[in-house]
Design a protein around this ligand. Structure first.
Ligand SMILES: NC(=O)c1ccc[n+]([C@@H]2O[C@H](COP(=O)([O-])OP(=O)(O)OC[C@H]3O[C@@H](n4cnc5c(N)ncnc54)[C@H](OP(=O)(O)O)[C@@H]3O)[C@@H](O)[C@H]2O)c1
Length: 335
């Protein structure tokens, strides 16, 4: 399809510290001809995730690194514009790892159809009804074993995952304490999302404020950040506390891992459990998560925000919004 021009961001070097635009090349290529079984997807929305930074490293993580020269990986929502696969009609709304580009030629096996007449805005399929919603739902309820009356602490609380975790905690009858990096974020999560209280870790004394905010200790720490925030939470855990290691964003731009949290020894006497997980572990149970999340969303008891960036050309620079804390809610590029 030589007549269709496809702008692409390809990884050309591995970042040291924060990634920069220079780690990528922006170039235009014609779209490849489709073979039987293949589908041409036009990307509409690109999800920028902290894991995007992890995928640019040479080390194997829960997914292989993006190879040098390859189009940068991302989960997107797009529209089928041409199909040689009977499972996908032209015009179908789809989601998959279609990358930082205008178009992707996909084998139908690695693409999922979204509801034909979406009852929600498209971005819902990169927020509540996506890997983000499932991470919050299964991370808190399954890994965290959240119970009514318990105290939940969430870090990166005004981000995509954290903002949902806190709301699900409230729906489950927990006392919810959010930790976030600005007064605007703290106001949003308490005034609009119903968190019981919030701490600005950049301007307040975190240990002191966390102690005040959790007079009965911490039962579940939903950890998105790690580092000093995790260390403070560990100092206040209750007997049989659960520390859900969802992410460790404070370490993603470091070239060498920092030393572990000094308060980890507290876990012994508290018989606490710390467990990492990856949302893909829960894909076999995704329909259960989507049913609950979709119901809450339709009822208006679960809210989300999007930090919109316009233009594929801005993707690499925009990704750093996750690391300097500029985003409120889910960071999405409108292609
Ligand atoms: N386990 C899984 O399957 C899974 C799936 C999805 C996401 N995750 C993880 O969940 C976490 C949140 O992801 P997300 O997509 O929802 O991103 P997000 O929370 O929307 O954005 C990241 C936020 O992290 C905070 N942050 C960044 N660097 C920080 C630092 N050095 N210290 C403290 N806070 C920092 C910033 O908020 P502040 O302004 O508050 O600092 C920023 O807004 C990440 O760790 C991610 O890797 C895990």
């Amino acid at each position: 399809m030589a007549n269709i021009a496809n702008r692409q961001w390809r990884l050309i070097s591995r970042p040291q510290g924060s990634l920069t635009e220079a780690n990528f090349e922006f170039s235009t290529h014609p779209v490849d001809e489709l073979h039987t079984g293949e589908v041409l997807v036009k990307n509409d929305l690109i999800s920028l995730d902290p894991s995007s930074r992890i995928w640019t490293n040479a080390q194997e993580s829960y997914m292989p690194p993006v190879a040098i020269g390859d189009v940068m990986r991302s989960i997107n929502v797009g529209t089928v514009v041409k199909s040689l696969n009977p499972k996908f009609d032209q015009g179908a709304l789809v989601t998959g790892l279609t990358g930082w580009q205008d178009y992707a030629v996909m084998n139908g096996d690695n693409l999922s159809k979204l509801p034909p007449t979406p009852s929600f805005e498209k971005e819902v399929y990169l927020t509540v009804l996506s890997h983000i919603g499932l991470t919050a739902y299964f991370g808190l309820l399954d890994v965290g074993g959240a119970k009514s009356g318990e105290t939940l602490v969430v870090s990166a609380a005004a981000g995509a995952v954290g903002s949902l975790v806190g709301q699900i905690g409230r729906l489950r009858g927990m006392r919810v304490v959010g930790i976030a990096g600005s007064d605007e974020k703290c106001a949003w999560i308490t005034q609009s999302l119903g968190f019981d209280t919030a701490i600005n870790y950049k301007t307040q004394n975190l240990m002191q404020e966390l102690r005040k905010a959790c007079p009965r200790g911490i039962d579940v720490d939903f950890e998105n950040v790690g580092g000093d925030i995790l260390n403070c939470a560990l100092a206040l855990i209750n007997q049989k506390a659960r520390i859900v290691l969802c992410g460790y964003i404070s370490g993603y731009n470091l070239n060498k891992p920092e030393h572990g949290p000094a308060n980890i020894a507290n876990m012994v006497g508290k018989r606490a459990r710390m467990e990492g997980f990856i949302v893909t572990d829960y894909l076999p149970r995704a329909s259960q998560g989507y049913a609950a999340l979709g119901k809450w969303l339709a009822e208006g008891s679960l809210k989300y925000a999007v930090d919109w960036v316009d233009g594929l050309e801005k993707a690499p620079v925009a990704l750093n919004r996750l690391f300097n804390g500029a985003n409120i809610g889910k960071l999405i590029v409108r292609v």
